[in-house]
Ligand binder design. Structure first.
Ligand code: DGI
Ligand code: FE
Ligand code: FE
Length: 200
């Protein structure tokens, strides 16, 4: 059975709109739509999984930082030193918990896409890549460098697109190198080597 038969998108949207501020909710709708478009472009059979992961990827974003840390402690969710310093990073791990507990999501692929949408990781699934990329390129985004180029390649080559986004993200984060998560670094090195192997 496909995800679309199991989930009531309108009901999830209504609930999410109560837990997210207006800008975050509009961003979330942009990520849902962009994830669906990317899933179509890359030949997915089940685009509903991409829609659902896009819709819920930031479901924990608007929890205040002190509460984020409290919930992690209570739910035995591990918090690294970097996450302790930058609690906003926890909205990805917490998003998994909230998606399961509050939105009844059980699909492991969807939960994994939520989990890795901020840092990425080495060896991501195509669904994980799609949500990570959609988060960066949805129509409401305008601040990142090279957006027209990155938006174009998103529909052509997911690995190249991951490499370009991670490269720009690390460049942006370089001002505070102690705050860079190991997962982000590993993701960058993984997609860099993948792209170099293909194009060498
Ligand atoms: O939640 P959103 O704002 O929609 O997007 P997101 O969850 O992808 O978070 C984006 C921010 O996360 C962006 O400013 C770059 C930052 N980021 C990504 N990897 C790392 C990171 N920040 C730190 N401190 N460390 C990382 O490894
Ligand atoms: Fe996020
Ligand atoms: Fe987001």
């Amino acid at each position: 059975m496909s995800v679309s038969e199991n989930y009531n998108f309108k009901k999830i949207e209504r609930k999410l709109s109560k837990y997210l501020d207006e800008d975050r909710y509009q961003h979330t709708l942009g990520v849902m739509m962009t994830s669906a478009c990317l899933a179509m472009a890359h030949g997915f059979e089940d685009i509903a999984k991409a829609q659902l992961a896009g819709l819920l990827h930031d479901c924990a974003k608007c929890i205040p930082n002190d509460k984020k840390l409290k919930i992690c402690k209570k739910q035995n969710i591990s918090v690294s030193a970097i996450e302790e310093e930058n609690p906003f990073l926890l909205h990805a791990k917490l998003g998994v918990y909230i998606a399961k507990a509050k939105y009844d999501v059980a699909d492991a692929d969807v939960l994994e896409a939520i989990r890795y949408h901020t840092t990425g990781r080495a060896g991501m699934s195509d669904l994980e890549k799609i949500v990570y990329i959609a988060d960066y390129i949805e129509p409401g985004r305008y601040k990142a460098a090279h957006l027209p180029y990155i938006r174009k390649i998103a529909f052509e080559n997911l690995d190249l697109c991951m490499y370009e986004i991670l490269k720009d993200t690390l460049e942006y984060l370089e001002k505070s190198p102690n705050n860079i998560d190991l997962e982000t670094k590993e993701a960058y090195l993984f997609y860099k080597s993948k792209i170099e192997t293909i194009y060498s």
